[in-house]
Design a binder for this molecule. Structure first.
Ligand code: F3S
Length: 63
């Protein structure tokens, strides 16, 4: 599975980083999230799905 955060949609709600702290990092500059790596390991998939569902801006795409 792969993951991407749309920087246009992200408003810095931080729920993704709370759900999957190993996968998402928050910018010190604007607080917006990005994926540490586009590829998600099997052990993190469930938490990344949770993160995608929890994002109020629907900024997280899984593919
Ligand atoms: Fe951004 Fe959504 Fe995470 S708004 S910080 S991608 S919960």
């Amino acid at each position: 599975m792969k993951v991407k955060v749309d920087p246009e949609r992200c408003q810095g709600h931080t729920l993704c980083a709370m759900a999957a702290p190993d996968v998402f990092e928050l910018s010190d500059i604007d607080g917006h999230a990005s994926a540490v790596s586009e590829s998600v390991s099997a052990e993190h998939e469930e938490k990344v799905r949770e993160a995608a569902h929890s994002c109020p801006e629907q900024a997280i795409s899984l593919f």
